[in-house]
Design a protein around this ligand. Structure first.
Ligand SMILES: [Zn+2]
Ligand SMILES: [Zn+2]
Length: 264
């Protein structure tokens, strides 16, 4: 490991410029990961989705072959120095199971990153949901996704708490259902360092990260579900920055056991 990075050897959640809100090519991230002394790097840019094209800045479908090509070229060039995994971060939408299975023919894994919930025919941003009804849809969506067996881990599972101030018993029990399901399906839950790059939630006497959200991760500890820490890098220099140090501090304060490496 390099002297600046004594903490991580693997990062499984990494973006690149094709999603249109990150910078850097696959090779830029691979070179930075090698410099940091990583054993492996999982590239997991946002998958293209037709139904999100007007709502979110995402990879265009026509760019997906470029993404795969950059991955294959990097593997060919750097495989003697680092293990590179091919992945995407993707939403779970109902009736799309064949799509996930098809993607897995080319990719090593899928990261579940649920940024929208389906409500009737509309999609609602998870950043904005507040009602018990919507939080429950989020929870049910994650549990359905876990049951498919298509997802390697759950990115920012606590994102649904983004707009919640004090958490009621009812909200905590929704959180707990997600955690119990993850434990049951043996799917790691991700402490996402990108949340630490964002603003805090102000609870008057206390300021908390919106994600990783402390109350959620206390419940993860209670159930001893599997935990990983990811950078969710959108720039090469975010593969290892102060937010990773903070994420590890956060896990230590809650006495969480963090998986250093995923099994393939
Ligand atoms: Zn992103
Ligand atoms: Zn991400």
């Amino acid at each position: 490991m390099s002297s600046e990075n004594q903490l991580i050897k693997n990062n499984y959640h990494t973006h690149m410029y094709l999603c249109r809100h990150a910078t850097g090519t696959v090779e830029d991230y691979v070179k930075e990961a090698i410099r940091l002394g990583f054993d492996s790097l999982g590239m997991s840019d946002h998958a293209p989705w037709k139904k999100l094209i007007d709502r979110s800045v995402r990879m265009h479908l026509s760019d997906y072959p470029k993404y795969l090509k950059q991955l294959d070229e990097a593997i060919e060039k750097y495989s003697d120095r680092i293990k590179i995994y091919k992945a995407v971060e993707i939403e779970y939408f109902s009736k799309e199971e064949d799509h996930y299975k098809n993607l897995l023919k080319d990719l090593d894994y899928l990261v579940l990153g649920q940024h929208y919930i389906e409500k009737g025919k509309s999609l609602i941003s998870v950043y904005r949901i507040t009602s018990i009804e919507d939080l429950t849809i989020y929870k049910d969506t994650l549990i359905k996704a876990m049951k498919t067996g298509c997802f390697k881990f759950i990115a920012h599972p606590d994102l649904f708490l983004f707009s919640q101030k004090e958490l009621s018993e009812e909200v905590l029990s929704i959180a707990e259902e997600i955690i119990i399901a993850a434990k049951e399906h043996d799917i790691p839950l991700e402490i996402n360092a990108n949340g630490i790059r964002k603003d805090l939630i102000d609870l008057g006497d206390k300021k908390l990260y919106r994600y990783p959200r402390e109350e959620f991760w206390k419940l993860v500890k209670k159930h001893e579900a599997k935990v990983i820490i990811s950078s969710d890098a959108h720039k090469p220099d975010q593969l290892f920055d102060y937010t990773l140090i903070k994420a590890f501090e956060f896990s230590r304060q809650l006495n969480l056991t963090v998986e250093e490496e995923l099994q393939f």
